[in-house]
Design a protein around this ligand. Sequence first.
Ligand code: NAI
Length: 309
Amino acid sequence: MDQHSTGIMPDRISVIGFGLMGAQISQVLSFSGFKVTAYDVSENLLSKGIDLIKGGRYGLEVSASKSRISPEEAVSVLSRISTTTSMENALDHAQFVLEAAVEDLKVKQKIFREASVRANPDAVLATNTSTLSISRIGEGLKPKVRPRLAGMHFFNPPQVMKLVEIVKTKKTSNETVSRIRAVASELGKTSVLVLDYPGFVANRIGISVFAEASDLLERGIANIRDIDLGMRLGYGYPLGPFELGDLVGLDARLRNMKALYAQTKEERFRPPKILRRLVSQGYLGDPKTKPGSKGGYYDYFGLKRPSEG
Ligand code: NAI
């Protein structure tokens, strides 16, 4: 029997917010056979999202050129994604809502208030937030809706990264967790279950390592390349903390640290001075993923990346 028509597995997913993550997640969903209705606030943003799915670094054209998918599959991935600037179209009778809108509490609260009215009464309401409290996003929802709200946190780029953190609030039901887990597994992802806590688990640990590496750099104990090599070769990390920062984007890293610091007030999460300086000078990370960026740590310090030998 087709899994996508069973009760636990939706056949269509409503993706709210079609920026970097929303568009790429839509590609991943469609690739696994889900139909997607994607919403964003303007046609222009929707077409940018489609361009990313087609021509982005992890998009369909690159996959087809490397023979990872056939040209027919690329066409069918696109055919399963429909886009809209109407919230009604996106949410009416939705079975599964996955919100990937801008990281703003009020925007997300409003989206879920609307979703709770428009979507099916048993729809899963999932958010891809990296830094906001899921419980706070759910404030203002009726008590009977809150068991259906949870985090479904993908990692960038979702076409490549295998992890999904399922973030459970005190109110999230086990059924909601199971339904998110089933979708993640259909996408070929491994999900881990974590409680709603600032930074959740993976980012909290990843950011702690980055913060410690930045402190060592600021104290002049080692340069970025030696710190990265230390973590690659001494701890088996596939990338050191600065290479990883360059890849995920320094503006994103700064935003995440600011949010974590604001929530915890723990000194270890205070954004490092060097990171602030790089971002303010236009070093936002790898220019291939961050158009207009002057580069990342390695460009700023003029050093050779460990991957370059
Ligand atoms: P983005 O800025 O690329 O995309 C956000 C999109 O939301 C934009 O297209 C914007 O037009 C849209 N938007 C604005 N107001 C809206 C509204 N009222 N309703 C619906 N859409 C609206 O941001 P990005 O990076 O895709 O982040 C989206 C979410 O994913 C955030 O919650 C972020 O924390 C999370 N996330 C981001 C990761 C990353 O590496 N960028 C990784 C994992 C999660």
